[in-house]
Every structure is written in C-alpha cells, then in structure tokens.
Design a binder for this molecule. Structure first.
Ligand code: F3S
Length: 417
C-alpha cells in the first residue's frame, strides 16, 4: 500500500496509538482487496450500520469506549441504521421481556454513538440519503458506508462512490478520514459486466425486478436497458430505484447498477460503461413470474392468517407515505391486518406537517421509524406470520413477500389475492 505522508504519520502513531490501530485496520482491509492506496473520504457525513445495542456485542462496546477515551471520534458526523425498538410497536409480555434482554445495551450504545459523532437523535434510518434526513451525498463523493441499501442507492442514483464495507470498518473510515481505493471507488470497478434487458409488457415490480437482477448478477455491476421506458428520463421515481436497489443488494450483493438514460453515470457515459464481453440477461414477464414463484414460504402453517404487515424496508419516502395514505383513505374501511409503515424520523416530521398524517392515523396504520428486520430477528417474532412488500425483509426473515397491490388486497380484505 502506498501511503502519502499524512496517512503514514497516522499509521506511525503521530495522532495517537488508537488512531494508528484504526489506520492499520483500514490498510489491512484494503490490502486484502488489492488496494494500492488510500483516498480521502469526501462525503459530508458517514453512516453506521450497527445501530442496535445487542447485549452480546460486548467487544463492540469496549471498542467504542476505547475510541471515545482516546479522542478518536469520527471526523464526520454520521447517521445510523434504524433502531431495533420503538415504543409505538405493540408487543406482548414475552416479546417485551425478550427485547429488554436482547437489546439491554441500547441506550448505553446510543450514548456512545452520540459521543462518537452521531448527527442527531433523528438520524436513525437506512434511508439517510433522503433530503429530510440531511445525509445526501453529492455525485463523485467518496463515502465510508456499509448499509447495503444505502450504498447501492448512493452509488447508483446519486453517483457517489462507496464500497459495500462491513460494519465498524465503515466507522473506521469516517474516523480516519480515508478509505482504501478499490472496487466501486475506481472507474474500472464501476463498469458493468452484465447487460440486463427489461422487456416486460407492463411496469415491473421494483422489488421483484431488483430480486431477479441480484440473484443473477450477484455482486457484479449490471447496466439495465429498457427500464427508462417505464420510469422516464427524469429521476422522479427514485423510490422505485430505492426499492429495486435494496432488493438487488439483499437478494444478491449488488453495490451499483446503471439504468440507461436515467442514472447519472449512464446518462453521461451510456453503453461505454459496459465491459467488453458483458453477459446478457433478459427479463420479461415470464422471468419475473419465475423469480417470484421461487420464493419459499417458511411459515410453519402456510395457510395462517397474517398477524402483522410491514411496509417500508428500506424506509418509505414522503411520496410513498402519501400514496399509501391516499389508497387506504379511498378504501375507507377497517384494516383486517395490523399494519406498520416505517420511515425516517425526519420524513415522519415532514409528513406530520401535511394533512395526510391525520388521514393515515385514521386508517389505523402505525407509523414508526423501527427496523422491521431487527424486530423480526428473534425466535418469538420469527414464528409470527408476517407479510411485507419488502424483498429484503423476505430474504432475511420468515416474512412473506407480496406486491404492493397484493398487500393492499390482503390488508383490506383479510384474504390473499
Ligand atoms: Fe432498512 Fe432495516 Fe430494511 S435497515 S433496509 S428497514 S432491514
């Protein structure tokens, strides 16, 4: 690794033993991926994936204490993923007990995050790039993030540059102010090795399209053609790209995609982004059907009535909240399945200023900034029959996936479409 003099000084301990260890870790991480240099982090803010105070993560708390004591706080303020707990989410006696034990370190950990540079109490969301949150990178910014849904959005829709780092490594990058230069930070690493041709007869479901792409290309970069005919040439429907990207990042490991005529680098460079010998993957109606039909149902009783519905993984945008409110208001009846919609605290505040907030409340929907995955990932909640419109939540938990339209039918009639 070729380090410049400022980086070498940090590594040699000029800024203290702890920062030297942080740098040493980043250098080792970079070397493992063949990086030859470190580059400065230029984004305004970092983002931390570990937002949960699991009692068993003792080494993390010890590490955080060490960083704080030695003054090795983040050179950038940072947002963090959503909290695992929220008072508005109904829990029974046993679940309450379990959450108290599981997340026994939550408030201590949040104190540590504050000392390390957490932007604000409201900055707990995976959709940190939304304007209402205040952590929106610019095109070309170099980031040190790890949350897969945020990394793929920042790379693809905003044109920032970030690898799919792991938790803690991303904090180290923010602390040192440098990240190793490899993969999605380089021009070469941002070229596509897959040409994905969308040939559907109607606008595809973002969540199934992303899932199909993720499962096919896995960690490669796809260049998607044919989607602009459904989405237009303006980045107006960024919620579609948010949801498609999160599905591709979790059903596979996609960190960057280009959409011809739409995403910034594809608009600039067009098919010059395609590597020679790129493979081709055609997605038509039948392929989307095939992918959808491959999702297993792991409920103990597949015919069980759902006990809960989660909408908003990743967190919903303001436009998505308004659109769900309009649909449910038009329906006007009592919901047959308890529904939790999730969004960033900043989005919730903006939403509260609109007449939609009262209307959504009247439908009985609970609005929260919790992470549904953190809520579900335990033996008690994992046994519950939960439905969702999120392909990420389906992948990581026992929740069953339905399209937006199917979810609407399910929650308004109590029956699957
Ligand atoms: Fe966000 Fe949690 Fe889903 S971090 S993407 S709501 S799993």
């Amino acid at each position: 690794m070729n380090l410049d003099s400022a980086q070498r000084e940090i590594l040699d301990g000029a800024k203290g033993e702890t920062l030297a260890k942080v740098m040493k870790t980043l250098v080792a991480y970079g070397e493992a991926f063949g990086a030859e240099k470190m580059v400065p982090v230029t984004g305004r803010c970092g983002h931390l994936v570990t937002s949960f105070g699991l009692g068993v993560m003792k080494p993390v708390y010890a590490l955080m204490d060490k960083l704080i004591e030695s003054g090795a706080v983040s050179s950038q303020p940072f947002s963090a993923d959503p909290r695992p707990l929220a008072p508005e989410i109904p829990v029974n006696f046993l679940q309450n007990l379990l959450f108290k034990v599981m997340y026994s370190k939550q408030s201590d950990y949040e104190q540590q995050l504050k000392k390390l540079g957490m932007m604000s109490d409201d900055a707990f969301t995976c959709a940190c790039y939304m304007s209402e949150v205040g952590n929106k990178p610019n095109k070309g910014d170099i980031l040190s993030w790890a949350e897969s849904s945020a990394v793929v959005y920042a790379n693809s829709v905003l044109g920032a540059r970030c690898n799919r780092n792991s938790g803690i490594i991303e904090l180290f990058g923010s602390i040192a102010g440098y990240v190793p230069y490899f993969g999605l930070l380089t021009d070469e690493g941002r070229k596509a090795t897959w040409k994905v041709v969308v040939k559907t007869t109607k606008k595809p479901e973002a969540q199934i399209l992303g899932s199909a792409i993720g499962m096919k290309v896995v960690e490669d970069v796809p260049y998607i053609v044919g989607l602009d005919s459904w989405l237009g040439s303006e980045l107006n429907d960024s919620a579609f790209l948010k949801d498609m990207g999160a599905a591709a990042a979790s059903n596979g490991a996609v960190g960057l995609y280009h959409v011809e005529g739409l995403t910034p680098e594809a608009v600039e460079l067009g098919q010059a982004l395609l590597q020679k010998n790129a493979e081709e993957y055609v997605i038509d109606d039948a392929e989307l059907e095939r992918v959808r039909a491959s999702y297993p149902c792991i409920w103990k009783n597949p015919a069980a009535k759902p006990k809960l519905c989660f909408i908003g993984c990743p967190h919903l945008s303001l436009a998505q909240l308004k659109s769900w409110t309009e649909r449910l208001e038009k329906f006007g009846g009592k919901l047959k399945v308890p529904v939790i919609m999730t969004c960033a605290p900043g989005v919730e505040k903006e939403f509260a200023k609109t007449p939609y907030a009262e209307k959504l409340k009247k439908t009985g929907v609970i609005l929260s900034s919790i992470c549904p995955l953190m809520y579900m990932n335990n033996p008690l909640c994992g046994k519950m029959p939960v439905i969702t419109n999120s392909n990420k939540l389906r992948t990581y938990t026992s929740a069953r996936y339905y399209t937006d339209d199917e979810i609407f039918t399910y929650i308004t009639t109590g029956e699957a479409q």
